[in-house]
Ligand binder design. Structure first.
Ligand code: LLP
Length: 420
């Protein structure tokens, strides 16, 4: 029977060499997506920029790969910023986001000289202005706004609604307070606006609604303040294939429609087309990752269900428990075998909700087999925890048949290393 091949590598051999659970991430597939961004967005449209939203998956290697393809980085914390700096990421290509940045993170962003700070609230704006003036800097900022569009995605992944902890509501009273304040500050230079409507969106409908709302905003700030919007950041959110009914769209499906609508709206309103920036995360790395587990126990409850236990679960992939996310998988030892048994894949946590995949048809998984779960490149490693003191998996990077260890497996000593 044929073993699963992933990016030219034998998945069972990877599990034997590096152990399980194991994140396997294809550098080649990530580079392909980054190159699609260059070809179908940056090269196609003048005056544009692209960032990779590193919350989806951030390691030093990933930062280096993104930098080498000439794409910028979205970071949301001092930790992500620190790691990017450690990887040698060019600071002027970093956008610093976050709805509750701390004073020390704001100072850090100014000291590091990040390209943009995406400002979420007035509290942050005042601290940023002060920090910039102390260091004799003028920091380029965008305001994150909530365009008030609802999305067809899990509630926890919808971020552009009016009632959201993110961003500045587009109520004129609020808008005036923010724009007025920023335009009077010496430490900041307001270039424009940012929105992110939500994540795992399979249609461009919400993005397009947000575009028309943001165009109105550009006109309003021009009329009220004589402000030219020089930059617009359209966020990320492009959905990918996890299960049958979900189709990964090419980048052009999202960006072409957005650029066309933006262009039309700008010329109708007589405002100049601003520089446009996008920042997808999941779309870049999601399908480039799989997770390998070793199958342990099988528990048959007659007439009810067969549970198959694996050596990981919720701590390495919290998405099924958090969002009801559904994953596809295969028994890597018999990838081409008949899927003749419906089982439920259980994680090893002391938690009833730690079910990785419910009722999936697999190739009769037996103890010792390797289970490969697909599409785990985004929001798995980056959201991993140590619940039940499980050590976090290693990560291997593949590249067209080659492979190397990129992140070593956590040890039990690591688990107690911070304890005094
Ligand atoms: N830009 C901003 C400001 C964001 O908040 C996000 C995601 C992105 C870009 C990238 O979105 P993407 O292209 O990856 O959809 N943990 C959840 C996803 C949360 C996304 C939060 N913000 C999950 O596992 O599905």
């Amino acid at each position: 029977m044929a073993h699963l091949q992933f990016d030219g590598c034998d998945a069972v051999a990877l599990a034997t060499e590096y152990g399980t659970p194991l994140y396997v991430v294809s550098e080649r597939m990530i580079r392909d997506r980054l190159r699609e961004i260059r070809k179908d967005f940056l090269d196609r449209y003048p005056n544009t920029g692209a960032l990779y939203a590193s919350k989806a998956l951030q390691t030093l290697d990933i930062c280096r790969i993104v930098a080498s393809e000439g794409i910028g980085l979205d970071v949301v914390s001092g930790g992500e910023l620190f790691a990017a700096a450690k990887a040698g990421f060019p600071m002027d290509k970093i956008y610093f986001h976050g709805n509750s940045k701390t004073e020390s993170e704001i100072r850090m962003a100014v000291e590091y000289g990040v390209g943009r700070v995406v400002v979420d609230n007035l509290h942050e704006l005042a601290i940023l202005d002060g920090a910039a003036r102390t260091l004799n800097r003028r920091v380029k900022i965008l305001f994150r706004v909530t365009p008030g569009v609802d999305t067809h995605t899990h509630e926890f992944m919808s971020t552009g609604k009016l009632d959201s902890k993110f961003g500045i509501p587009l109520d004129p009273r609020v808008r005036d307070e923010y724009v007025g304040a920023a335009l009077g500050m010496e430490g900041v230079e307001l270039l424009g606006f940012h929105f992110h409507v939500g994540s795992q969106l399979l249609s461009n409908e919400s993005h397009l609604k947000a575009i028309s709302i943001i165009c109105k905003l550009m006109v309003e700030v021009r009329d009220a303040y004589g402000m030219t919007t020089r930059e617009l950041n359209l966020g990320g959110g492009y959905g990918i294939h996890y299960q049958d009914d979900e189709q990964t769209r090419p980048l052009s499906y999202f960006v072409d429609a957005m650029m066309a609508n933006l262009g039309t709206a700008c010329s109708a309103a007589g405002v100049a087309m601003p520089r446009v920036v996008i920042e997808p995360g999941r779309w870049v790395v999601g399908e480039a990752g799989i997770t390998l587990y070793t199958i342990g126990s099988r528990k048959v409850i007659p007439d009810v269900r067969t549970y198959v236990g694996v050596d990981g679960g919720l701590p390495d992939n919290p998405r099924p428990a958090l969002y009801g996310a559904v994953y596809e998988a295969t028994v890597a030892d018999r990838d081409d075998g008949p899927r003749n048994e419906v089982v439920t894949v259980a994680g090893k946590c002391c938690e009833t909700g730690d079910i990785l995949i419910r009722d999936i048809a697999l190739q009769s998984p037996m103890p010792g087999d390797i289970l490969a779960v697909f599409t785990t490149g985004a929001y798995n490693h980056s959201m991993a925890s140590n619940y039940n003191r499980l050590a976090r998996p290693a990560m291997v990077l593949t590249n067209a048949g080659k492979h190397r260890l990129s992140v070593r497996r956590e040890t039990f000593e690591d688990l107690v290393a911070r304890e005094l």
